[in-house]
Unconditional design. Structure first.
Length: 94
């Protein structure tokens, strides 16, 4: 995930978009603070992204691109409903 976020930051400098990372590996307070600024690309694990969403720090309605790290593991562990909560608002947009 750090590699994906690093690439997103590098590309973002060139094409002018911002990115943030959401993971249990980092302190949630720092992630909440980062999401106070406009974020074009949010890279993270589904569980952390859902927590940030439940707490009002991450929104999916305006999301144009979605990167979910470790999603394959969660789908294999029967967390389909949690992943769907993130994916559904993004894929149903026009």
């Amino acid at each position: 995930m750090e590699q994906i976020h690093s690439v997103a930051k590098t590309i973002g400098h060139v094409v002018k978009f911002s990115s943030s990372m959401a993971s249990a590996r980092a302190k949630i307070g720092q992630q909440k603070k980062a999401l106070e600024r406009p974020t074009d690309v949010l890279v993270g694990t589904p569980n952390r992204i859902l927590r940030l969403n439940r707490e009002g720090h991450a929104w999916f309605g305006d999301c144009a691109f979605l990167v979910l790290d470790e999603c394959d593991l969660l789908l294999g562990e029967d967390y389909v409903s949690e992943v769907s909560k993130i994916v559904q608002p993004v894929v149903t947009k026009e």
